[in-house]
Design a protein. Structure first.
Length: 179
């Protein structure tokens, strides 16, 4: 019997509880999941403060923390290419074979549907609170961001001085706007 393998692509800036809820739900539907760490080439930006490697570590440690069997997932950093028509081919080239694409992004859904893939919306979760944007905002404002992320993410962000990085990026980008 062939394994059903699905793919979920996200920036994971940073990995939060919403990501983990979605991944756990997808794992109820597939045998294996590929997590594409999107925009892997971006880091040290207000919207993308963490490197691909840091995001891989956050995800891997969050999987260990959640007791997710390592034989059921692949974590693959994926750089953006700015040619939408060939992007699905690029993703296929960078990953193990997959048959189901999970995405809430209408462009991603369109591109993969046109390439013959089974495309599904990821399960819903508290998108209002559980978003990378909200986590980063709270980190900058010294409010409770920790409640939104797995313990593993907290540990990695503390190890890399991620809050200080994000605050410095916010000061730099605000001052750049005033030039």
């Amino acid at each position: 019997m062939n394994k059903v393998r699905g793919i979920l692509i996200g920036r994971m800036q940073p990995v939060h509880k919403g990501h983990m809820q979605v991944i756990n739900k997808i794992l109820e539907e597939v045998d294996e999941i590929i997590i594409g760490i999107g925009s892997a080439q971006l880091s040290y930006e207000l919207k993308n403060p963490f490197t691909a490697g840091e995001r891989v570590i956050m995800l891997k440690k969050a999987f260990v923390e959640s007791n997710i069997d390592p034989s059921r997932y692949y974590i693959i950093p994926m750089e953006d290419i700015n040619y939408n028509a060939i992007w699905p081919s690029h993703v296929k080239m960078m990953t193990p074979p997959f048959s189901v694409v999970y995405s809430g992004n209408s462009l991603v859904k369109q591109l993969f549907k046109e390439n013959g893939f089974n495309v599904k919306n990821p399960p819903l979760y508290d998108r209002f609170h559980l978003s990378g944007t909200e986590v980063r905002k709270r980190m900058i404002e010294n409010s409770n961001w920790e409640e939104l992320v797995p313990n593993a993410t907290i540990k990695v962000i503390n190890e890399i001085n991620g809050i200080e990085r994000l605050k410095n990026l916010s000061i730099k980008e605000i001052s750049d706007l005033n030039k």
